[in-house]
Design a protein around this ligand. Structure first.
Ligand code: FES
Length: 108
């Protein structure tokens, strides 16, 4: 697990982008108060998901509006049809750690 930042760096309902050993991740503080990490690229076109809106435990792509479930990586609506990689997140002593082995088996 790789330390990304402090929990205070990601306000509730926000997403940040982080480079983790060359992999771009979107780190999200969901409205359910959990932290999530997904690959920071929409599965529909090459745009950053971290620039989209967080709603509940989903992240919306700003370009065409597909919404990704941050627990499974699955899009809940078109035009995206493919899931994005989801990375395991752990919070320890106020710091956020991420593993680059996708928990949903999706590679990019
Ligand atoms: S680029 Fe994300 S839905 Fe089209």
């Amino acid at each position: 697990m790789i330390r990304i930042c402090s929990t205070e760096d990601v306000p509730k309902g926000a997403a940040i982008s982080a480079d983790v050993d060359g992999t771009q991740i979107a780190l999200v503080h969901g409205e359910d108060d959990n932290f999530y990490a997904v690959h920071d690229e929409c599965s529909h076109a090459a745009v950053a998901l971290s620039e989209g809106e967080v709603e509940g435990c989903t992240l919306e792509c700003w370009l065409h509006g597909s919404r990704f479930d941050l627990r499974t990586g699955e899009p809940t609506g078109l035009p995206a049809t493919e899931p994005v990689p989801v990375y395991p997140v752990e919070v320890r002593d106020g710091d956020i750690y991420v593993s680059l082995t996708p928990s949903n088996g999706v590679t990019r």
